[in-house]
Design a protein around this ligand. Structure first.
Ligand code: GLU
Length: 333
């Protein structure tokens, strides 16, 4: 066993390959933000926990920009700056999904050759209406894609294509539900949808890209926000159909505002630049995030690495972190 395979003082000596296309030899964790804006305290907390999970188990830690859509100018650079400020370091270059269309296309071609996809011509509105319509037995609709285009004949597909109707590509799923083990949530059972693989604007969809990239980068440990828990059964199923290894998952509770909505920029100063601008120091903010996750009682934490020795996943809170921006204000008095 290599010294890097267990947590220990020499954990950092065995760095993974810097080539993002090459699987890390000792596994990897990752943080995969969408560069749509500035990371807020909840995002930073998820990043910190993903980093702690990876580094405390001797894994590499990768950062991937999920920039297939919703890109804000300068956001990616700002996010990397904030991670660096907290001491959340990463191995190798940052992978950008916007540069990987051929890899995603190849994965979709493989699925199509195996009969595991179909084109979907439904508009958003049609899906919304069909998904909310009562089911055959009168129970309310489940909000899921009802599989309208799954049953189209080859002739019906040809007619719609000839009409120039744009189509998405969907997965022809092989199972209806799937259970996976989450290191924080335990056994999680959920429905598997015929997820969109390629959107009708031609771009690879999130669910396809995330599965392909985690495998391509050798990510065997996914720690991310629990808003993605419902997407995970389909991602596990997709990985299996593609013959890719399934990573372990840990879904961490999100940061919420006092009324229980997901923390967002509109809540006030909740980003690192805003809060440091309002008088907080980075070590104070790192300690605030760390206290919220039960990692320390300290008022300041200089760097993320200072939290490694005491990191115990079993002690992480299983409830959301309630952030009251009013209590973060330093200009109030
Ligand atoms: N890019 C996604 C987000 O920012 C995260 C995807 C993932 O971690 O799997 O919400």
């Amino acid at each position: 066993m290599s010294p890097g395979a267990t947590a220990g003082p020499d954990r950092r000596t065995d760095r993974a390959s810097a080539d993002p296309g090459q699987p890390a030899t000792r596994g990897a964790g990752r943080f995969a933000p969408s560069p749509s804006g500035t990371l807020h305290l909840g995002n930073l907390r998820t990043a910190l926990l993903a980093w702690l999970f990876a580094r405390s188990t001797g894994r590499a830690f990768l950062v991937r920009m999920e920039d297939l859509d919703r890109v804000a100018a300068g956001a990616a650079a700002g996010q990397l700056r904030d991670l660096t400020a907290l001491g959340i370091d990463h191995d190798g270059p940052v992978l950008q999904q916007s540069r990987r269309a051929p890899v995603y296309d190849a994965a979709m071609d493989r699925l199509t050759s195996a009969g595991l996809t179909y084109p979907c011509f439904c508009t958003r509105r049609e899906i919304r209406e069909a998904a909310s319509a009562p089911q055959a037995d009168g129970r309310p609709g489940e909000g899921r894609y009802p599989g309208t285009c799954r049953r189209l004949t080859a002739d019906e597909v040809a007619v719609r294509t000839a009409q120039g109707r744009p189509s998405a590509l969907r997965l022809r799923r092989r199972v209806d539900t799937l259970t996976f083990h989450d290191v924080l949530q335990g056994a999680f059972a959920g429905p598997v949808e015929d997820i969109v693989l390629r959107r009708n604007d031609g771009l690879a969809a999130y669910n396809l890209a995330v599965v392909v990239d985690d495998a391509a980068q050798g990510v065997d440990q996914v720690v991310r926000g629990d808003d993605l828990l419902p997407s995970t059964p389909a991602q596990v199923h997709l990985a299996t159909l593609l013959g890719l290894p399934v990573p372990t998952y840990g879904h961490v509770p999100l940061a919420l505002n006092p009324v229980g909505a997901r923390l967002a920029k509109r809540d006030g100063a909740v980003t690192l630049p805003d809060l440091t601008g309002a008088g907080w120091t980075v070590p104070e903010l790192l300690a605030l995030i760390a206290r919220s996750a039960g990692l320390t009682d300290a008022a300041t934490v200089a760097r993320a690495a200072d939290l490694l020795a005491g990191f115990d996943p079993a002690r992480l809170p299983r409830e959301p972190w309630i952030v009251d921006p009013a209590e973060l204000r330093r200009d109030a008095g």
